[in-house]
Design a binder for this molecule. Structure first.
Ligand code: ZN
Length: 434
């Protein structure tokens, strides 16, 4: 078993190195970071390949073969990040500086930290002479932050035989949640779908100096916007919020009451749980007349609509009508991606529970979902048998400390959590692949 202190120091050093590669996407520029990771894994005995959809933006596939025909476990992550405005930060976002017990920089949470912990766990196991009963894969993708067109989506479509796996550990959850004396580690087993649409109202143009000479399409948007401000579509229960509410000690059979109770105890918990309980509608961009003195004949607002896993356009439409009524508007979908999920009760969940019991016996492990989406979605779609979970355990920084830093200023991760996560991955690899 690799030594804890060593796992922590190696993960810290690797994360610092990774942050210093600027992989802001666009353009991504992942080549140098991926070559560095390839060399690290190859030196420990992994067979490594860099696979590129476009020049300079490779995906890394590293494989450690074992003797038997056991399962294939994939530790997955993406090495690109979103942008950072140095003016908003108290340190250089690409310094990878170690200060006050944290590693600072863009990607410190999303998700160079997890990539570092996964690679260090894999390398340490291989160096110790351990070999998997099946295969251990480490896949580091490019282009996750801009839709994965050159990353996971391309990899699963063009090289399915190289990335097929039975189990996958990726990003999505794992930071501890404290609630009512309970301690809970979330495991993300599902991602919601994206059904973005443009909502349009019609009227008749006219001179703006005579308000009633035309029929103003813009003011017709007002009640629709108000409706989306007043309420979200009715709540609906699915397996992930059911698991999470139960772990929180709330009654999942009455989601409305459960949300109210959560809000009374800790409003932050209600804000996080609510989007897991159904379709959400968030208006984000509006337009109407191109001229200030012309009454608009047409007005529109773009709405970012997220739909629970497995549900499609008809379900979204029914929920939209529930909020907006039947008439006075039309909509057109611009994106239609159905979300997907993995089952909750699996050998991978059992392995995560056994790890949690061994390091934090008072804590619980609960399934949860993600309102957004990750590369896991592409794996579940390409390989329906693949059980893909998001799990990067953190206990020194909780969910509510971490969440605002993801894609935000002063992104940082506690060093203690880096060692904690690397040890978890060692544990899970040995459990699933021994
Ligand atoms: Zn990410």
């Amino acid at each position: 078993m690799p030594d804890s202190a060593q796992l922590e120091s190696r993960t810290t050093e690797l994360l610092q190195r990774l942050i210093r590669f600027n992989t802001v996407n666009p353009p991504g520029n992942e080549q140098a970071a991926q070559e560095f990771l390839r060399d690290t894994l190859a030196a420990a005995g992994f067979e490594c390949e860099l696979l590129s959809a476009v020049e300079g933006r490779p995906n890394l596939v590293a494989r450690l073969r074992g003797a038997g025909d056991g399962p294939v476990l994939c530790l997955c992550g993406h090495v690109d990040t979103v942008l950072a405005d140095p003016g908003d930060w108290s340190l250089d976002p690409w310094s990878g500086e170690l200060k006050d017990g944290f590693v600072w920089g863009r990607g410190a949470l999303d998700m160079k930290s997890q990539v570092a912990a996964e690679v260090v766990a894999a390398v340490s196991l291989a160096e110790s002479g351990w070999r998997p009963a099946g295969e251990l894969l480490v896949v580091v993708t490019a282009d996750e932050e801009s839709g994965a067109e050159h990353g996971a989506q391309w990899l699963c479509r063009e090289h399915p035989d190289k990335v097929r796996c039975d189990y996958m550990v990726n990003e999505g959850a794992g930071e501890i949640v404290h609630f009512n004396g309970r301690r809970i580690y979330g495991v993300c087993v599902a991602e919601k779908g994206v059904f973005r649409f443009t909502l349009t109202t019609e009227g008749r143009a006219g001179h703006a100096s005579i308000p009633r000479i035309g029929d103003n399409a813009l003011t017709k948007l007002a009640p629709l916007l108000q409706a989306m401000r007043d309420r979200q579509p009715s709540l609906e229960l699915s397996p992930e919020p059911e698991s999470l509410l139960t772990a929180l000690g709330l009654d999942p059979s009455d989601p409305e009451a459960a949300l109210r109770e959560a809000a009374e105890t800790d409003p932050r918990v209600a804000i996080i749980v609510e989007p897991l309980l159904g379709v959400t509608l968030t208006p984000t961009m509006a337009r109407a007349s191109d001229k200030i003195n012309v009454i608009p004949a047409q007005a529109s607002v773009k709405v970012d609509c997220r739909v629970p896993p497995g549900l499609g356009r008809d379900h979204a439409l029914a929920k939209i009508r529930e909020v907006l009524g039947e008439d006075g508007w039309s909509i057109e979908f611009s994106e239609e991606v159905v979300g997907n999920r993995s089952p909750i009760e699996t050998p991978l969940m059992d392995a995560i529970r056994r790890w949690a019991e061994s390091v934090d016996p008072d804590a619980q492990v609960a399934a949860t979902g993600l309102p957004g989406f990750t590369d896991s979605r592409w794996w579940r779609e390409a390989f329906p048998e693949c059980i893909a979970y998001g799990f990067f355990p953190q206990r020194h920084m909780d969910l509510f400390e971490a969440a605002p830093l993801v894609h935000g200023a002063d992104e940082r991760v506690p060093v203690a959590d880096l060692g904690f996560a690397a040890e978890a991955y060692v544990h899970i690899c040995r459990d699933i692949l021994s």
